[in-house]
Design a protein around this ligand. Structure first.
Ligand code: GLN
Length: 545
């Protein structure tokens, strides 16, 4: 195996240009040429991880197998590359400083003055090289969060400068910029790109490849102009045109020969043309659905594009698999009440109740679940969504008045969802939940067993509360059946309803494991159930108040 090549992806001009998608697409293309690749994200903010950030700040918090709470870009990395990431794939400034300060307190620096250069930059370089240490990967792609010129990203760019100096051609820098189209002038403008490359040069880094995000095609002349002003070859100016779907980007990058440029510059062999046939097959299904289905996503952050990123992507994978376009209708849980629930749910062939924290919108979620349970509409409850299904069933079927989760009502007479034992002694918030992959045993002969088609599964978690086993017998008797257990701790991980075509609540997050190549079976089955419901849709019955 050859030594690892390091690819850095920086961004200029503006945020939100899609560095994560470019990084993930690059990984996919290199993999399709037979190379092993992993992707890492360096985030310049001071939080130790995004776990404590609310979705308004940072979109979804993505959870890895090993239980790291990470940036949502890691979700893209996994969905594109079909390879699990880990704690080491997401580093923040907070974590870098935390470990430098811990070392200083231990006396590891032997009385030196601890400074940004070399101590912080050394720590950054150490964290980058750590992923390459085992020699597992031919390429390590490191995406630097933020935009070049930000004060907080300076130490990262400095670390890149140093690594380039130390490693020469084993390092490569891709700079992603924006080439805006000025409609008044009728022209694409290269000046912002020139400026952002200049900023990078001021910090000692010459990009090798410039990827230009644009809404109109770049002419060869324009590429030549960027090449001339930014000291790169014309073939290294890559167009990244706006696409209908993020999943088209790897193919667009293949057309622009980004992978060829990378291999050439890092002196790696052109083993074979990239084999993207299964990817193309997925895209074909995505673009040519045979049917459509409307599914409601009930949550309290529905106005935010990225808050339920992994869920919306999992629906895209499962939809394509079923050759079905899933039209997601985002429904704000705070807007649902018993008087309007029928209207809110009308036309929906399935409903997903989202994960979440805090009391806001809980009653709306419970009302929506009562409606879909009584009207036999396919339902998938994820984490808090499952907990709400348990509360709803407790209140309306078992007659447990004011049943609740102790997260929202610590004095409820029926704490059907309660804090896990292991959580009771924890006081801090960051990284203290039940996090990451846990095994789960499924009961044969159930809906869920037919979904996974095996007895032992493993799924990722992020929660503090759980089903209260004190009420297990009551629930079973009334028809809400626990069908998946963590056998070690005897925790209920999955519930389903006896007299319902498809009603599943899971304490874990299946959405984190859905990828283009492996759509999650739970989402695939849920979409299928929704399409079945679509075809046989009857007038829904009235909801009982
Ligand atoms: N707030 C709930 C808990 O901590 C659910 C968490 C979630 O939906 N991820 O158990």
């Amino acid at each position: 195996m050859s030594k690892t090549r390091f690819i850095f992806v920086t961004g200029g001009v503006s945020s939100s240009l899609g560095k994560g998608i470019i990084s993930a697409s690059t990984a996919r293309l290199l993999q399709a040429r037979g190379y092993s690749v992993t992707i890492q994200k360096l985030d310049p903010y001071i939080n130790i991880d995004p776990g404590t950030l609310n979705p308004y700040e940072h979109g979804e918090c993505y959870v890895t197998e090993d239980g790291a709470e990470t940036d949502l870009d890691l979700g893209h990395y996994e969905r594109f590359s079909n390879t699990p990431t880990s704690q080491a794939n997401n580093i923040t400034t907070g974590r870098i400083y935390q470990s430098v300060i811990e070392k200083e307190r231990r006396g590891d620096y032997l009385g030196e003055t601890v400074q940004v250069i070399p101590h912080i930059t050394d720590e950054i370089k150490y964290r980058i090289k750590l992923l390459a240490k085992k020699g597992e990967y031919d390429f390590l792609i490191t995406e630097i969060g933020g935009t070049v010129g930000d004060i907080e990203s300076l130490p990262y760019i400095e670390a890149v400068r140093q690594m380039r100096w130390e490693m020469g051609k084993d390092c490569l820098v891709i700079h992603l910029t924006l080439v805006p189209y000025l409609s008044a002038a009728g022209e694409l403008k290269t000046k912002p790109t020139q400026h952002s490359v200049k900023t990078l040069l001021e910090q000692g880094v010459q990009p090798d490849i410039i990827v230009c995000r644009t809404e109109k095609h770049l002419t060869q002349n324009l590429k030549n102009k960027i090449a001339l002003f930014c000291n790169v070859e014309s073939s290294s100016v890559i167009e990244s045109i706006d696409a209908n779907s993020i999943y088209e980007v790897p193919l667009l990058m293949r057309e622009e020969m980004l992978d060829v440029e990378i291999l050439r510059k890092t002196r790696m062999k052109f083993r074979h043309e990239p084999d993207m046939s299964s990817w193309e097959d997925f895209l074909f299904r995505l673009r040519n659905p045979r049917r459509e289905v409307a599914i409601g996503l009930v949550g309290k952050y529905v106005e935010l594009k990225d808050a339920y990123k992994s869920i919306t992507e999992a629906f895209i994978h499962a939809g394509a698999h079923n050759e079905c376009k899933v039209n997601l209708k985002m429904i704000h849980s705070e807007h649902i009440n018993p008087d309007n629930v029928r209207k809110m749910m009308s036309g929906l062939s399935g409903v997903l109740v989202a994960p979440g924290f805090g009391e806001r919108g809980i009653e709306g979620k419970i009302t929506a679940i009562q409606y879909v349970r009584e009207n036999k509409i396919p339902f998938l409850g994820i984490c808090l969504g499952m907990q709400c299904a348990v509360i709803e069933f407790g209140r309306h079927v078992l007659g447990f008045e004011k049943a609740h989760s102790t997260e929202f009502d610590p004095r409820t007479p029926y704490p059907v969802i309660d804090m896990m034992e292991e959580q009771k002694k924890i006081s801090g918030l960051g990284g203290t939940m039940r996090l990451g992959a846990y095994p789960c045993r499924l009961t044969k002969g159930t809906t869920i067993y037919n979904v996974y088609k095996k007895e032992d599964i493993s799924e990722r978690h992020r929660h503090r509360y759980e089903f209260n086993n004190k009420y297990l017998a009551d629930y079973k008797k009334a028809g809400m059946i626990p069908v998946g257990y963590n056998t070690k701790d005897n925790l209920v991980e999955i519930i389903e309803l006896k007299d319902h075509p498809w009603f599943v609540g899971v304490q874990f997050h299946p959405e984190f494991k859905s990828t283009v190549m492996n759509p999650h079976p739970l989402f695939v089955s849920f979409v299928k159930a929704a399409t079945r419901n679509n075809q046989t849709a009857k007038k829904p019955a009235k909801v009982k108040k």
